[in-house]
Design a protein. Structure first.
Length: 320
């Protein structure tokens, strides 16, 4: 019942705050089409950005009223969410005010620092097992490597979602099934303190759905790094907290594909002076071969839903 209240509260807040934000942000937070995007994206110039601010506010306000911050995992999840939102806001503010965000090096160092803070807070307040379950392999104790592994997953998921946020409604629509899956997993988890994280997932789903109301094609507002970095990092944290990080490969198949496409393109051009795709991340490749933006977003959403269902089936089987 509380999860439903959290979802509806966050959804309502997102709609109200979104309307207020867009009305005022259009004067200040105007976006410019990213470099190395299809020419058709020029029509998106001057669309308000940093819409992730009202996603963050909606979810955090809901959690403050509905969740118990005495639960250390809830507090740490919010720390993860807000620290990466701050990094994203820093980058977005530079792009809006100075036409250039923070350097990739500075952003990466900030992400490493934030993930280290989150993992250390988690380790010393709750503690976490060093045993990880690898599908088709079994349980493996990775010992001290658990800390860099957790940091890697949080930072990698954050950046993967950031890469995916390139079309109207794409990042939000692919994040929704992910948070639904990990919310369900958290609900039935036997790990201490984890079940209450389902409320965070419900709140994020409500905030994302409200954001999609304005971000659907043609978008009236963009998420910006303040939203994508924060949501990606929190998704990575959810996967770690539920001990189901390998299921993230399934639920986040689109995030994986987007990231791998960039890596393959960079390697192919660096070593062979050839391009595998017309443009990366891969959603731009589909744009350039003639797919409509709405078709790409809807197809990627369907793929995410299908793989999310597979992940839930896998989780159910693993319980027996």
């Amino acid at each position: 019942m509380l999860k439903l209240v959290g979802f509806l509260s966050s959804f309502g807040l997102s709609l109200v705050l979104g309307k207020l934000f867009i009305g005022n942000a259009s004067k200040f937070f105007k976006a410019k089409a990213r470099q190395w995007t299809p020419q058709t994206h020029q029509i998106k110039n001057d669309t308000p950005t940093m819409g992730g601010i009202f996603i963050v506010l909606s979810a955090v306000i809901t959690m403050l009223f509905c969740a118990s911050l005495a639960n250390p995992l809830v507090a740490i999840a919010l720390l993860c969410f807000l620290s990466f939102a701050t990094i994203g806001a820093w980058d977005d503010w530079g792009k809006v005010c100075y036409k250039k965000g923070i350097s990739a090096r500075s952003k990466f160092i900030a992400q490493i620092a934030a993930s280290f803070l989150v993992v250390m807070a988690w380790l010393y307040t709750v503690g976490f097992t060093t045993v990880r379950t690898i599908p088709l392999w079994g349980n493996v104790d990775i010992g001290f490597l658990c800390v860099p592994w957790a940091m890697f997953l949080i930072v990698a998921t954050s950046n993967a979602v950031n890469l995916t946020d390139g079309l109207d409604g794409l990042a939000a629509s692919t994040l929704l099934p992910n948070f639904i899956v990990f919310g369900l997993i958290a609900t039935y988890s036997q790990v201490a303190f984890v079940p209450e994280l389902a409320l965070l997932c419900a709140s994020l789903c409500g905030a994302l759905l409200g954001f999609l109301w304005y971000n659907r094609y043609p978008a009236k507002v963009f998420m910006g790094d303040v939203g994508s970095l924060a949501l990606g990092a929190t998704l990575g944290f959810m996967a770690l907290a539920t001990h189901q990080e390998f299921l993230l490969v399934l639920t986040g198949i689109i995030f994986v594909a987007e990231t791998v496409s960039v890596m393959l393109q960079v390697c192919a051009f660096r070593y062979f002076k050839k391009r595998i795709f017309k443009m990366t991340p891969i959603h731009h490749h589909f744009e350039l071969i003639g797919w409509a933006e709405t078709k790409i977003t809807f197809c990627f959403f369907i793929i995410t839903v299908v793989y999310s269902c597979v992940a839930l089936i896998w989780f159910k089987i693993s319980l027996y």
